[in-house]
Design a protein around this ligand. Structure first.
Ligand SMILES: [Zn+2]
Ligand SMILES: [Zn+2]
Length: 479
């Protein structure tokens, strides 16, 4: 925390960060950040009213607003204060960058994919929290190399949080991923309701496509798994501890046992993601004092919800009351957690409702707050936080890393001496009769464009065959 903050109502002793339920309850009992009572508003002689009692909780000077902290400033790595240009800003060594790759449970939208948050660390590590449908297109547009998508933490197994996994898992080898993707997620009430069972089921679902790819080229990542399933009941336990990154989890109340929240701590910075669930005391405790606190949020207006979704309002009430955090609940929780920045995600970013959503949050929480929707970028250091949006191209292709670097990276930093072989041949996967029905390429390919057709993975393929070649030249293995 910066020196300015120590004078403010939001001053936090970082040693207290992990105080749990008792601390959160005490904070509440002490009054928290009670909403400023409105002035009486009684007109006195000619409409004169009492002075406004609203104030900036951080003690920030005039002209800085009533909710913005003095540490809202660009971090050193920020090159353009207004937009984030993917691939142009090396992250500072002590900096964290958070990009929302999806933010909406339902329905899928042109501008909102389902939930996924990427956390990048100055050490070079990336972690992903949930992997909802549609997030890959944001990940690609933000120029994150697909072969580098790894360390995926699942808060729970609802479709809006996991259903881009089959797509990634199937196509990551095509993007050069030879290692299995590390998936971290909760157990369920029974083994078949846990993360590992979901993963096995996903592989069954993809059996046809997997075998087709395994008959085309080497797909070693599909042959082995890296799934960490933790006991969802072990509140506060570490589920990931690597390269200075420590992640703990705790239970969330979200319709089914197993739903979990996470807190990532690295280099004195912290990120909390609640996943889905009702406001709860565990989150108030484990989330305490986080640098960036991200919670799901749903506006508590079930009649409007029913009108928009075309469903009885009782379904809206059931959905909200069993599963989710209302905008009032978000404010209440954020006031207990007292983060440096509170962000709401997993919501329909409807412009006409933004004032209502913010008003609900402000019934309890007066601090730094914004929305975590697709392609919002947050840079965080110990004394600064800066928020922008990505500048994306609708037709952006994949960021292609240097193939040599990619091969080394996939094989523990060394160039491999041989390339793994495919598991099947085309003959294993296709009857000859169907291949006999193919039209001879000589009938449709210009003569000067005829090249040797590759119908089997070359038995003698070497790593150098996969290295950069002059444009347009097909490198064939030496025989
Ligand atoms: Zn959800
Ligand atoms: Zn859910």
């Amino acid at each position: 925390m910066g020196a300015e903050d120590e004078k403010s109502e939001f001053a936090l002793d970082r040693r207290e960060m992990l105080k749990t339920i008792g601390a959160a309850a005490a904070s509440l009992a002490a009054g928290g950040l009670a909403s400023a009572d409105n002035a009486d508003g009684k007109a006195a002689g000619g409409g004169r009213q009492d002075a406004c009692v609203e104030h900036n909780p951080y003690g920030a000077p005039p002209g800085t607003g009533i909710s913005m902290p003095p540490y809202y400033r660009p971090t050193p790595s920020v090159r353009n204060r207004n937009i984030y240009m993917p691939g142009t800003e090396p992250l500072g060594p002590d900096e964290m960058r958070i990009i929302f790759m999806g933010s909406q449970p339902w329905p899928p939208r042109i501008s909102q994919a389902a939930e996924c948050i990427m956390v990048e660390l100055g050490s070079g590590k990336r972690c992903f929290f949930d992997f909802g449908p549609g997030c890959m297109r944001n990940i690609v547009a933000n120029q994150v190399p697909v072969c580098e998508v790894d360390n995926i933490f699942l808060t729970h197994l609802h479709a809006d949080h996991i259903c881009e996994l089959p797509y990634l898992w199937s196509f990551a080898p095509f993007a050069g991923r030879f290692k299995p993707i590390h998936i971290i997620g909760p157990s369920g009430r029974t083994p078949e309701l846990g993360t590992r069972a979901m993963w096995e089921g996903m592989k069954k679902f993809l059996a046809w496509g997997t075998r087709a790819f395994e008959g085309t080229g080497p797909m070693p990542a599909m042959d082995s798994d890296n799934v960490t399933e933790f006991n969802f009941r072990d509140d506060g336990s570490v589920c990931y501890d690597s390269d200075g990154v420590k992640v703990i989890h705790w239970r969330r109340s979200h319709a089914m046992d197993g739903a979990s929240a996470y807190r990532l701590d690295w280099n004195g910075l912290s990120f909390v993601f609640t996943g889905d669930g009702k406001p709860d005391w565990l989150t108030a405790g484990y989330g305490k004092g986080a640098d960036v606190f991200v919670s799901e949020m749903a506006v508590d207006n079930i009649n409007l919800w029913a009108m928009k979704q075309g469903l009885p309002s009782i379904f809206g009430a059931l959905t909200l009351d069993i599963h989710h955090t209302t905008h009032y609940g978000f404010g209440y929780l954020a006031n207990l957690v007292r983060p440096r920045l509170a962000m709401a995600t997993h919501l329909s970013f409807d412009h006409e409702l933004l004032n209502e959503m913010s008003a609900g949050v402000r019934t309890h929480y007066k601090g730094f707050f914004t929305y975590g929707i697709d392609n919002v970028v947050v840079n965080v250091t110990k004394d600064r936080i800066w928020i922008r949006e990505s500048s994306l191209n609708d037709l952006a292709g994949v960021h292609s890393p240097d193939p040599k670097w990619m091969l080394q990276n996939m094989f523990d930093g060394k160039m491999p001496t041989e390339i793994p072989k495919p598991k099947y041949t085309i003959k294993d996967n296709q009857e000859q009769a169907v291949r006999d029905l193919e039209i001879d390429p000589a009938l449709f390919t210009p003569k000067d464009q005829m090249r040797p057709w590759i119908r089997e993975f070359p038995a003698n393929a070497k790593p150098e065959d996969f290295l950069p070649q002059p444009a347009g030249v097909l490198r064939m293995p030496k025989t």
